[in-house]
Design a protein. Sequence first.
Length: 68
Amino acid sequence: MAARCDISIGAVFKIIRNVIHAKCRRKRPVHRLYPAVIEKRRTRAWRMYRRLCNERYKNYATTDEAWF
């Protein structure tokens, strides 16, 4: 928003706080997927898909189901 209006980020926060009387929340940083992790997920997901196809999922227990 600051870039679109060609003003500083601090000015945008000040306007939101003082003029509009609204609260600003910062987005929390979340995990970032690196290329290596993306590739691992792709290969492992395919292996799991092949393992569960043709109704074999009925005989498959995941770790979260094993507790119940």
